[in-house]
Design a protein around this ligand. Structure first.
Ligand code: CTP
Length: 214
C-alpha cells in the first residue's frame, strides 16, 4: 500500500528509556534521550504513515501529526505495545528498555541507612523482553529492532534478530546514546545490509523508514 492510499500504514515507534521505580523518588534508568525514535516518528509521518509513538520519560517535542503515548516502566510500555500492535503494520523498537526492575516498589523512601551496615543490596527481577513477546505473533507485520553493543556487535545483533523474531536489526555502538549522529549497521537474516558511518539520526531514520516500502 502506498503512503498516499486512503488507509495509510500504521507504524509504531518506541523511544527513550524506561524508568523502574525503587521508591517514590528513586529509580533505575539509562542514558537514552529518545532522539532516534523521535526522528523515526518524524520521518514516518512525513511519508504519510499513521504513527503511534510510545515514549518513555524524555525531553522531546512531539512531532506534528504523531499520536504520542507516554509510558514510564517497561511493563507500561508492554501494555501500550499490546494495545496498539494488533492494528499496526510495522514497529520500530528504538526504546532502551530496562532489563530488570526492583522486586518491590516501596511505598515510602528506602531508609537503607537506618537499617545499619555500610552497603545496600537491591533485589531485582527480570522484565519481559517486550519485542520478543509481541513479535512472536507478528504475522505480516514488519519488525525493526535495535541493538546497542560494545563488543562482537554483528554476531550479537544477528543472534538478537533471531531471538526477537525481527526482520531487521539496527546495530549501534555505545557512542550512539544521547548523540546527534552515529555509525549504524543494518542487519537482516542474510547478514549485513549496509553500514553508515557517522550518520545523523535524521538520515538514519529516513533510511529505516524506507524499509517499509519494500
Ligand atoms: N528490548 C525489548 N525488551 C527488553 C530489552 C530489549 O523489547 N526487555 C528490545 C530493544 O528495544 C531493542 C532490542 O530489544 O530493540 C535489543 O535491545 P538490547 O538492550 O540491545 O537487547 P537485550 O536483549 O536487552 O540484550 P543485552 O543483554 O545485550 O542488553
Amino acid at each position: 500500500m502506498t503512503p498516499e492510499a486512503e488507509s495509510p500504514l500504521h507504524v509504531i515507534v518506541t523511544a527513550g528509556p524506561t524508568r523502574e521505580y525503587i521508591d517514590p523518588v528513586r529509580y533505575l534508568s539509562n542514558e537514552s534521550s529518545g532522539t532516534m525514535g523521535f526522528a523515526i516518528a518524524r520521518a514516518a509521518v512525513a511519508c504519510g504513515y499513521r504513527v503511534t509513538l510510545i515514549a518513555g520519560p524524555v525531553h522531546q517535542t512531539t512531532p506534528e501529526g504523531v499520536e504520542r503515548v507516554d509510558v514510564v516502566s517497561a511493563l507500561d510500555m508492554l501494555g501500550a505495545m499490546e494495545k496498539h500492535f494488533p492494528s499496526a503494520d510495522a514497529i520500530f523498537m528504538a526504546a532502551a528498555v530496562g532489563d530488570f526492575r526492583p522486586k518491590e516498589l516501596l511505598a515510602g523512601k528506602w531508609k537503607k541507612k537506618e537499617e545499619g551496615g555500610s552497603g545496600a543490596i537491591l533485589e531485582l527481577v527480570e522484565n519481559p523482553d517486550l519485542l520478543a513477546t509481541i513479535a512472536a505473533g507478528k504475522g505480516h507485520r514488519k519488525v525493526i529492532a535495535f541493538a546497542l553493543e560494545t563488543s562482537d556487535g554483528e554476531a550479537r545483533a544477528a543472534a538478537k534478530l533471531v531471538r526477537k523474531n525481527a526482520d531487521y536489526i539496527v546495530l549501534n555502538g555505545a557512542a550512539a546514546l544521547n548523540a546527534a549522529s552515529s555509525t549504524v549497521t543494518l542487519i537482516d537474516a542474510g547478514g549485513t545490509v549496509w553500514t553508515a558511518e557517522d550518520q545523523s539520526k535524521d538520515e538514519t531514520a529516513a533510511a529505516l523508514v524506507d524499509l517499509l516500502e519494500a
